[in-house]
Design a protein around this ligand. Structure first.
Ligand code: PLP
Length: 390
């Protein structure tokens, strides 16, 4: 074997996003024991920082030791017991994944299906909740498979009106658009480190309301997965009465998350959100000037995930291969019904800069020109400049 040296890449797909040198530096610091007092102080600081990031001062917040999907699995498996009714809004790949998990938990699953690219319709979700008593309403705030943003405040209010616990997937939203757990009165909200937080994949911050915690401690049967069982995790991350061993926290990964959080609060959460919005507007102006069109209608677009329609006659995969080979640039492909029909361009965290926007447009226009599609890179860059000067 030989030391692995990753190629240089610019990450503008659906995640992971570029990780800044300061976070990479933090990851390389010396490993200490997970029960070391210094590490326990770090754990406490991360819990408080996540409460601030989620705006969830009354929620229990911890980073789970696995990627965003672990937050989803923890939410579903801890809240649902066999026979419980769960309403899952599905408007893309991740809503579908939630429905699969809820079925595995033994719940009676009712999906409210939407066309890909549409936001979740609160009225249709409310109709499904009105049909029968429901334990959980789950939906995705920022559907990364399509680039559509749903109205989390309205959907959480629907859950409250019908006595259901809300589960909100904020994997792609946290750090890129407003996530307001207290304002939404949401129950279980989870995210991931590899999207707008710009730390490597591998951790899943999660927030649980008092209602959710009571539902979990009052379960009739044990949670079916051991690692993510909150009744067990509490003794490790809870801090009351001293910590007891549950698993070994991914120590260096938590150094990385901590540094990513320091960077976000240094910039300011609101400033980071404004930066994502500005870069998105500049990118869209450039794409449109180059003759390209967006999948999602303007009011529902996510700044951090831009779904671009592949023009008639253009080979989607060949264009992605071109930008990777020529520019070391990664952009994403379409999933499910959007396979071959869209590119997904991420402007997440450290990848949401004017430099990234210009690089991506230059590279994509070159890839299109190579296939005979007239994409005017000069016009695209001029549109970006005009947007950023405004
Ligand atoms: C990326 C993503 C996930 C899964 O996160 P992983 O880190 O890939 O496990 C879940 N939901 C949404 C909306 C995502 O974008």
């Amino acid at each position: 074997m030989q030391t692995f040296q990753p190629p240089r890449r610019i990450l503008m797909g659906p995640g992971p996003s570029d990780v800044s040198p300061r976070v990479l530096g933090a990851l390389a610091r010396p490993t200490i024991g997970h029960l070391d007092p210094a590490f326990q102080a770090l754990m406490e600081e991360i819990k408080g920082a996540l409460q601030r990031l989620f705006n969830a001062p009354d929620h229990a917040c911890v980073p789970l030791p696995a990627p965003g999907t672990a937050g989803m699995e923890a939410a579903i498996m801890n809240l649902l017991e066999p026979g419980d009714r769960a309403v899952i809004a599905v408007n893309g790949a991740f809503g579908g994944r939630m429905a699969d998990m809820a079925g595995r938990a033994g719940a009676t699953v009712v999906t409210v299906d939407h066309d890909w690219g549409q936001p979740v319709d609160p009225a249709r979700v409310e109709a499904a909740l009105a049909e029968a008593p429901t334990k959980v309403l789950a939906f995705v705030h920022a559907e990364t498979s399509t680039g559509a943003r749903s109205d989390a405040a309205s959907l959480c209010a629907v859950a409250r009106r019908h006595g259901a616990l809300s589960v909100v997937d904020c994997v792609t939203s946290l750090g890129g658009i407003v996530v307001d757990v207290a304002g939404w009165d949401a129950d279980v909200v989870y995210s991931g480190t590899q999207k707008c937080l710009s730390a490597p994949p591998g951790l899943s911050p999660i927030a649980l309301s008092k209602r959710a915690q009571a539902a979990i401690s009052g379960r009739k049967e044990k949670v079916r997965n051991w690692l993510l069982d909150f009744n067990l995790l509490r003794s490790y991350w809870g801090g009351e009465g001293g910590r007891t061993y549950h698993h070994t926290a991914p120590i260096n990964a938590l150094y990385g998350l901590h540094e990513a959080l320091v960077a976000i609060f240094e910039e300011g959460q609101q400033a980071a959100i404004v930066r994502h919005a500005r870069m998105h507007e500049a990118l869209v102006a450039g794409l449109e000037a180059a003759g390209l069109k967006m999948l999602v209608a303007e009011p529902h677009r996510l700044p951090q995930l831009n779904t671009v329609l592949v023009p008639e006659g253009v080979d989607e995969a060949a264009a992605r291969a071109h930008v990777l080979k020529t520019w070391d640039l990664e952009i994403g492909a379409g999933l499910g019904p959007l396979k071959g029909k869209v590119w997904r361009i991420g402007l997440m965290g450290a990848s949401a800069t004017a430099w990234h926007v210009r690089l991506c447009l230059t590279a994509l226009c070159e890839a299109l020109a190579a296939q005979g599609f007239a994409a005017d890179a000069r016009a695209a860059l001029a549109a970006v400049d005009a947007k950023l000067a405004a």
